[in-house]
Design a protein around this ligand. Structure first.
Ligand SMILES: [Zn+2]
Length: 381
């Protein structure tokens, strides 16, 4: 296997080297460099991106010991190029990968669980082979951030693995690269890491959920964690200003608002029911009950129609106005209301349907037009 310069110096972002191979494969060009600091996807860490000369490298893989850089344009074999690694992306990977080692190391130390899966996407997902609660994670998160503040060394080396204790996802032999975080962790790893824990800045555990035999934990670190927390702060600040409530107590305040909202909803339902009862009582007693409302919710309309049916009406038609359309609901014990719906849908550019004893829909017309149509239906049936 070729020497991994990216692992030797994770901070090298620009270098000059020769293209030794360029091959077209479908829409891509596969480039091999004489010497490269580009990180190939592996060990859960995403590949680097960057430039070889002016040509964008969008992906990097290690295949059969060769590091392949994928581009959309060809490069000249034998020519020297200046190469640049997208440092913002790489450093973000370093901060998050090192952060992951701290969290996995601390969980292993405290609970003895193993990291059995690791994926770096928008958030860092780590799978462990044992149960953890969110409270456990809060303790780990605090310790992880204390480890950042201690600013201890992170060192990659190739020690005699028979003589040390280290974490590894699989059985390995021979030369094994061990990443050690002083006093916290030693783990077999091919990734790029920061030199000191302080460079991680901060670690935030976002969630923990049951997964297979253990849990899946989601976390972020570094600038990514800062940006996320800053965004959360901004949103909370807006809520705090809008509610005139202190940010520290915002959850309690929102809880009170929810309770108040529930109480008001119940109060509104009671008032509406009393109002509907009065309306039904005042209506001249016919078998056909028709009424017009405005901006009432569906549940209230349904209750109203049922109340009228219970009071002895055979057929009930409720029209509920929203801006310039009417929603309708027809219920009946004695007639097929689909017939009425069909008739008014045709006349008033409407749509809707349902069962023999219940239909609902929407029509586009005025109250006068509805009254005229209903007059024909009631009198002419
Ligand atoms: Zn690692």
């Amino acid at each position: 296997m070729k020497k991994r310069y990216d692992q030797e110096d994770s901070y090298c972002t620009s270098f000059i080297t020769k293209v030794i191979h360029c091959e077209k494969r479908k829409d891509d060009y596969c480039i091999i460099l004489e010497k490269t600091y580009f990180y190939p996807e592996g060990g859960g860490q995403a590949a680097d991106q960057g430039y070889i000369g002016e040509v964008f490298v969008y992906d990097v893989h290690e295949i059969g010991g060769e590091i392949i850089h994928y581009t959309k344009e060809a490069l000249e074999v034998g020519k020297q190029y200046e190469c640049k690694i997208d440092w913002k992306r790489r450093f973000d990977h370093m901060q998050n990968h090192s952060g992951e080692h701290i969290v996995s190391g601390l969980i292993h130390k405290r609970y003895g669980y193993n990291n059995v899966g690791f994926h770096m996407g928008k958030v860092i997902q780590i799978d462990f082979d044992g149960p953890l609660s969110i409270e456990d994670c809060r303790i780990i998160e605090k310790e992880a951030n204390q480890c950042i503040m201690k600013n201890v060394d992170i060192v990659a080396s190739f020690p005699d693995i028979t003589k040390i204790d280290y974490r590894s996802k699989k059985e390995i032999e021979g030369d094994v690269r061990i990443v050690t975080i002083e006093g916290i962790d030693a783990c077999a790893c091919c990734g790029t890491h920061v030199r000191k824990t302080g460079e991680i800045g901060c670690i935030k555990i976002l969630s923990v959920e049951k997964h297979k035999q253990g849990v899946r934990l989601e976390m972020i670190a570094g600038m990514r964690a800062y940006s996320y927390l800053a965004k959360i702060y901004e949103e909370n600040h807006k809520v705090s200003v809008s509610l005139s409530a202190p940010m520290e107590d915002i959850a309690t305040y929102v809880e009170h608002l929810k309770e108040e909202n529930e109480r008001l909803k119940k109060e509104k339902d009671t008032i509406l029911e009393e109002y509907f009862t009065l309306k039904i009582q005042q209506n001249i007693n016919t078998e056909f009950y028709i009424d017009y409302l405005e901006d009432k919710d569906k549940k209230a309309i349904r209750n109203y129609a049922n109340m009228a049916l219970e009071k002895g009406y055979e057929t009930v038609a409720i029209f509920n106005k929203h801006e310039d359309v009417y929603d309708y609901l027809f219920l009946s014990h004695t007639m097929d209301v689909r017939r009425i719906a069909k008739m008014i849908n045709e006349k008033a550019n409407g749509q809707g349907g349902g069962k023999e004893d219940m239909v609902q829909g929407r029509i586009h017309c005025t109250k006068e037009e509805i009254e005229e149509m209903m007059g024909v239906i009631v009198n002419g049936r």
